[in-house]
Design a protein around this ligand. Structure first.
Ligand code: AMP
Ligand code: MG
Length: 357
């Protein structure tokens, strides 16, 4: 078997450089009286959760440490419930009882699983919430460094089918019909977390903030001077933080799925973390990344993964048929395509890329 060749792993999910072009410098979140009078905005806090760096930047001097602590507890609670690698989580329980019993989950978890299944239906199974066995086999970003044997890929594929993910709206129960099936909410849960953080900040009276979960951005409201946020779009083949263009937004989320997020190189070939359930291999089409711009981050997250899997043509059609949603597609040959609603908004900033009109 040639997969014995040495491979090496590059895991690039830890480093995140701010891609927001606000023109403001970051301030330390400090509660000493003398400094609070001279605090510059935004006031920010960073967290490490969901396997990534999360940064919440609030443009309002009324934000306090207790708010940031509460935001941390929101994220921890979502992680404790939906992270399938946490033994006590609801998703882990559904997975453990696959082929045996239906599991009652909280309304919140049910809603996310149901939304994930809707994206599976809409994409005819490209977006696949039961992708777990293949994700585990490839283990990209999680120790994997070699292409798995074809027999193991084929065996894992047998355990993947969203039609066997049984949902009951009345009892809020979830059942995987076959033993070994594994639900994986990795493509949607972070987006949901951003929405919950934004709702909390809004409830607390904050109107201007940037919530950044490993490069997935939720730009709340507008900048404090009421002008739109200018958001940098990550360039798929550069270091994190390098952007290839910008868009201006008010109250939108901008979420990207791309080949650069987690991957390993094996025999000079790059294998990334979004798996095509039909082939059992990382999705291989013309796309290097797909970015969704819309209102709810949960939808942006699910949709960026979906359209990345669908490829340029189908992905473009998918977004054009979805209300209040725009997209930016970047191909492996450095072409950039934007949906109709972004034509006057997107500004290309890197000469290495070509904007296709
Ligand atoms: P994202 O970075 O949001 O595009 O999501 C990628 C994550 O979603 C991976 O790390 C897996 O946990 C999971 N995933 C991989 N392939 C798929 C797929 N075909 N459908 C749904 N989720 C997937
Ligand atoms: Mg996603």
């Amino acid at each position: 078997m040639c997969y014995k060749h040495k491979g090496f792993v590059i895991f690039v999910n830890l480093v995140i450089i701010i891609s927001i072009l606000t023109g403001c410098s970051e301030a330390e979140n400090t509660d000493t009286a003398s400094q609070s009078q001279t605090q510059t905005l935004p006031i920010s806090e960073n967290y490490f959760i969901f396997d990534t760096v999360v940064s919440v930047r609030v443009y309002d001097e009324r934000i306090e440490k207790s708010h940031f602590d509460y935001i941390e507890s929101i994220m921890e609670q979502i992680d404790e419930t939906m992270n399938r690698f946490k033994e006590e989580s609801e998703v882990a329980k559904v997975n453990r009882l696959a082929g045996e019993e239906a599991v009652q989950v909280t309304e919140e978890t049910y809603h996310i699983i149901k939304t994930a299944k809707e994206y599976a239906l809409r994409s005819e199974g490209r977006f696949e919430p039961t992708i777990g066995p293949l994700v585990d086999l490839w283990a990209i970003g999680n120790g994997g460094s070699e292409v798995p044997p074809i027999a193991e890929i084929d065996a894992a594929k047998q355990l993947i089918d969203f039609n066997k993910l049984e949902l009951n709206d009345d009892s809020l129960t979830v059942k995987l019909q076959q033993k070994g099936m594994t639900l994986d909410l990795g493509a949607i849960a972070k987006g949901y977390a951003a929405d919950v953080i934004a709702s909390y900040l809004q409830e607390q009276g904050f109107t201007s903030a940037i919530i950044d979960l490993g490069g997935n951005i939720l730009a709340m409201g507008s900048k404090p001077d009421k002008s739109p946020w200018r958001i940098g779009i990550q360039s798929p083949d550069e270091n994190r933080g390098e952007h290839l263009g910008t868009i201006s937004v008010v109250n939108k989320t901008i979420v990207t799925s791309g080949v650069y997020e987690r991957y390993f190189i094996y025999d000079n070939k790059q294998y990334h973390h979004i798996i095509d359930p039909f082939t059992g291999y990382p999705a291989a089409n013309e796309l290097a990344s797909a970015t969704i711009i819309t209102e709810k981050s949960m939808h942006a997250d699910a949709m960026s993964t979906t359209v990345f899997l669908l490829g340029l043509e189908e992905g473009m059609a998918f977004v054009e048929s979805t209300e209040n949603t725009e997209a930016i597609f970047v191909t492996n040959d450095h072409k950039v395509y934007v949906t109709s609603g972004l034509k006057d908004n997107f500004k290309l900033t890197r000469q290495e890329y070509e904007l296709v009109e």
